[in-house]
Design a binder for this molecule. Structure first.
Ligand SMILES: C[S@@+](CC[C@H](N)C(=O)[O-])C[C@H]1O[C@@H](n2cnc3c(N)ncnc32)[C@H](O)[C@@H]1O
Length: 227
């Protein structure tokens, strides 16, 4: 399946806040049902014997940080989690969700393409964002994440394939009424990368020893640790 990148509706700068919030809620529902946080949690849990700081970039409604916070609380692990996003609506939504859950999650506005990443974090994570970017920008962002993370970079994203396309089309239509989710879901798969393409971009970014693997359902995970 050739890669085709069509601008996603969620990236429109003038998106109405209500429609944006509805789309973020739909995406959070899909993340919850597909247990997206589980792609990050085992690695983070294993690192969190001592206090661990985590930054989730392009965090959207912050549902992945919130899921990590809940798991860390259950296991009494000392995790300090932050999330950043370019969108004020996303950050407001993330703050509101964290506040309702009583979660101590720091959220802030940040354009991860334009600005350097803060270097105060042990682990830097990124979910469902790299497919928004063309390869040179992916390589540049991976380099920034490597520079920023003291210990580890973990990236998860969709895998481009016909099967992923069909499953994501069905999930986005069954699990959300948002026209944004229904449009962006399948479009995201067309723009996503294959495992081999991600391995090549990781190598170009200088991520020696990075592991890129298929994960159920329709996803991949890239893990790179600082030696
Ligand atoms: C598909 S959503 C993914 C949200 C979340 N990470 C998840 O896994 O559900 C992509 C997010 O990237 C954010 N984004 C787009 N461009 C960005 C940039 N330059 N800097 C930071 N965030 C950005 C969008 O606002 C949106 O919230």
């Amino acid at each position: 399946m050739p890669r085709v990148r069509v601008p996603e509706l969620m990236d429109e700068p003038n998106l109405a806040a209500d429609a944006h919030r509805q789309a973020l809620a739909g995406l959070a529902r899909i993340n919850a049902l597909t247990r997206s946080a589980n792609l990050l949690w085992p690695t983070i849990r294993d690192l969190a014997n001592e206090k661990l700081t985590v930054l989730d970039i392009a965090t959207g409604s912050g549902d992945i940080p919130l899921q990590l916070w809940k798991r860390a609380k259950r296991c009494a692990l000392p995790l300090a989690i932050s999330g950043c996003d370019i969108s004020a609506t996303a950050i407001e939504t993330a703050r509101a969700k964290a506040s309702v859950a009583g979660a101590n999650i720091d959220t802030f506005l940040h354009d991860v393409l334009r600005d350097p990443l803060p270097t105060d974090y042990d682990v830097v994570t990124c979910s469902l964002f790299l497919h928004h970017l063309d390869p040179p920008d992916v390589v540049e962002l991976l380099r920034k994440m490597m520079l920023a993370a003291k210990t580890m970079v973990i990236v998860t994203d969709l895998v481009r394939s016909r099967t992923s396309y069909s499953l994501v089309w069905i999930a986005s239509h069954l699990l959300s009424r948002s026209r944004i989710v229904r449009f962006d879901g399948p479009v995201s798969v067309r723009a996503a990368y294959t495992i081999r393409e991600m391995q090549q971009m990781a190598a170009e970014a200088g991520m020696t020893g990075a592991i890129v693997e298929n994960c159920f359902p329709c996803r991949m995970r890239l893990c790179w640790g600082k030696s």
